[in-house]
Design a binder for this molecule. Sequence first.
Ligand code: DP6
Length: 322
Amino acid sequence: MCHTAQTTKLKGNLMAIWISRAPSNIALIKYMGKSEGNIPCNGSLSYTLHKFETEVSLELCRGQDVFEDRMGLGARSVERFLEHLKRLKQLTGCGEFFHVKSRNNFPHSAGIASSASSFAALTICAFNAMGEIQNSTPPSPEEMSRVSRLASGSSCRSFFSPWCFWEGENARKIDIKIDDLMHDLLLVNGGLKAVSSGEAHRLVKSSLLFPERAQRAKIRLEKLMKSMNDGDWSGAHQLCWEEFWDMHALFETSCPSFGYMTADTIAVLSGIRKFWKTRLDGPLTTVDAGCNVHLLWRRDQTELQQRMRETICADMPGVGIL
Ligand code: DP6
């Protein structure tokens, strides 16, 4: 997490701008299904993606809070941003108004959910700004993470790196032996998401597969940690593969059913399975609530990663890599 503050005096008035950045994260054991206050039905495990960041700036202004929607996020996202700012002001007892700007270092059209990085960045920025205005010490990352969770669950994991475990109200850094991974995002043509993740959390509870979901996720999380710590990469791959299919099976068996994968997602996944089968090695693979495919590689797999990139580009010209 990163925070910088710039304070300048203009025409005798104090004009201050605070700027913070926070990374996105990708879950290998997924958060799906929640209760009030974004309390997850099961523990989740994520890897922090520093290459996808959101930068938020807060500038003091008069009259009312304003969010400048430079990325075309839409009315609902702007509303969520301002609601969270209001929550942060209430918590800190801050009576000032702010002009909020937010910017991602990844294309909005890429279909990467930016709520994790943007709410984490807003939380960090607001706590730092309000702390400075009120001459008080900002809270710990643990406390910031709990407050950020109230805006968007997955954002609470962006405070800890490289690995984060989140259960109940608390997210924390967790030590896993393999901790320096390379990430590829395979961008598949998909169009706009028909079902928001907030809606997905609600709908999955209607699936007959849901009652045992928390237990399956728990077992998988324990096994995945063990595989990673024992250096059993292919075991870890198998668990990640099962886990994202488990979440997508919940979507497809909900009432009404819904889904995010496209024909191209399936084609990419078949290609990855074939790659693993022939080489007995490959990337950890996961698919979030979207149609894109995330790959994680160990540092010593750069040659294999390059081979996979060439294969995907040759076989599926429509698929981009970020
Ligand atoms: C599919 O954090 O977007 O990415 O708490 O309603 O904001 P809200 O949901 P959100 O859920 C994303 C869930 C997921 C899986 C994951 O990140 O664990």
